[in-house]
Design a protein around this ligand. Structure first.
Ligand code: PLP
Length: 434
């Protein structure tokens, strides 16, 4: 014991070894030093030999300075909030790299003077929604709704909203609480299941700042129901603001009931708010679009509000959002449009690559998730495995997250990009389940 203790290399000596020094460059000296000290302790306890200290320290290091683990989304839920919603396109990832250093986010390189922050991203948004007269980008959808309420109704003015649209977005976040936290007052109209244009008309008065339509994006009410479209509410003498939620910019044939920005503006909404990381397929962001007429002036007012600075997005978001808008179809939209027969063929090809594993290709059902297209199901295909695979695959790197159904672990392929099939096959083949 005493001999081993004397032979354990000193911390500085281990840290000076080229491989260990390189790891400290990449991961930070404190993390690497902690791993070296832990390896020295193991050597003193006789668990490893003194010569094994550098190798043991390197083996215990994390693979990156940030601790997030990549996860293959095989849940069948296209937009999984717990997995960070939309995966970015290659173009958006490249844009993140460009923006990571110093860049001209708020500088006019032609004149050397200050430029309009994020102007290129706003231009991309206006190009994608030609019916919009003005646009602004904020931190997320909730920030967009809160800013509209604060700027237009903050001093105790009223927002007229249907009782059936007082929704909880998720994890306890409720639109009505968000609105009233800005100092606005709510004037609720209609009942849980029904509201008519007359209900709105009766409620609008001198204190009304605007009428708000909120898309019930994570539930469906059916039966004896009636809600109002934006165009039924535009004649009341106050702006109509529509929180469409999922960020569809134009109608999508598979999602006929999902509101989109272009149609909502065309129906007369003064302002439309949406998220950037739902069906738009981009980074977390809040989109604010102003219609022609009053909308553009309202967007300008919101940009000038003191709170706008607190909701401002960073250069990384601006870059990734612009690339999402201008670049190739983002992964979420590729997954949404994927043909079920192609998914089935991929599942069968995976089974063929896994001899000796109790794996079968099955048909399955995907959903959009993440606050979009409630009630819509998409035909899909999955690799069906014994249930213990679920935990084993979650522990892998990358982790693979499936879903449990009828005592089997299903790896649904709709949200898995085809280029990840190799990773799925390797993860299943290597899982300690046989
Ligand atoms: C998702 C959603 C929000 C919140 O958007 P975040 O980007 O998550 O802040 C607000 N309203 C509706 C209708 C939504 O679907």
């Amino acid at each position: 014991m005493t001999d081993a203790r004397r032979l354990v290399p000193r911390t500085d000596t281990v840290l000076a070894e080229p491989a260990v020094a390189a790891a400290a460059e990449r991961l930070g000296r404190a993390v690497v030093k902690g791993a070296v000290v832990a390896a020295q302790d193991r050597a003193r306890r006789g668990e490893i030999g003194p010569a094994d200290v550098p190798g043991a320290a390197l083996a215990a290091l994390p693979s990156a300075a940030a601790s997030l683990t990549p996860v293959v989304n095989a849940t069948g839920v296209l937009l999984h909030t717990n997995l960070g919603r939309a995966p970015l396109s290659a173009a958006a990832r490249e844009a993140l790299g460009l923006a990571a250093g110093t860049c001209d986010v708020e500088l006019d390189l032609a004149t050397g003077g200050r430029g309009a922050r994020g102007a290129a991203t706003v231009d991309a948004l206006l190009a994608a929604v030609p019916g919009a007269a003005a646009a602004h980008v904020l931190n997320n959808g909730a920030a967009a709704v809160a800013m509209v309420a604060a700027a237009l109704a903050g001093g105790g003015r009223e927002i007229v909203i249907a009782r059936g649209e007082l929704v909880e977005i998720g994890a306890g976040f409720r639109i009505p609480d968000l609105l009233t936290s800005t100092g606005a007052r709510l004037r609720e109209v209609g009942t849980t299941n029904r509201v008519s244009p007359a209900d709105y008309a009766d409620a609008v008065g001198p204190d009304t700042a605007f009428v708000l339509k909120v898309h019930p994006s994570n539930f469906v009410v059916s039966g004896f129901t009636r809600s109002c479209e934006v165009d039924e509410l535009t004649g009341l003498g106050v702006p109509v603001v529509a929180d469409i939620g999922s960020g569809l910019l134009a109608p999508h044939p598979l999602l006929p009931d999902e509101p989109d920005a272009a149609t909502t503006l065309a129906r007369g909404a003064a302002l439309v708010t949406a998220s950037g990381d739902k069906l738009l397929g981009g980074p977390q962001a809040g989109l604010l679009l102003g219609g022609p007429g009053a909308g553009a002036e309202l967007v300008a007012r919101i940009r000038r509000h003191p709170l706008a600075r607190a909701m401002r997005v960073d250069k990384l978001t601006l870059a990734a959002l612009e690339a999402t808008l201008r670049g190739p179809v983002p992964p979420v939209r590729v997954a949404l449009d994927a043909d079920a027969a192609v998914l089935r063929a991929r599942a069968e090809a995976l089974v063929a690559r896994l001899p000796g594993v109790d794996a079968v290709a099955v048909n399955s059902t995907s959903t959009v998730g993440g606050g979009g297209a409630p009630g819509v199901t998409l035909p899909s295909a999955a690799l069906s495995l014994p249930e213990p695979y679920a935990a084993a695959l979650r522990a892998g790197r990358p982790a693979v997250l499936g879903r449990l159904e009828h005592g089997r672990c299903l790896l649904d392929l709709r949200a898995v990009p085809p280029e990840s099939d190799d990773a799925v096959a390797e993860a299943v083949a290597g899982a300690p389940c046989r």
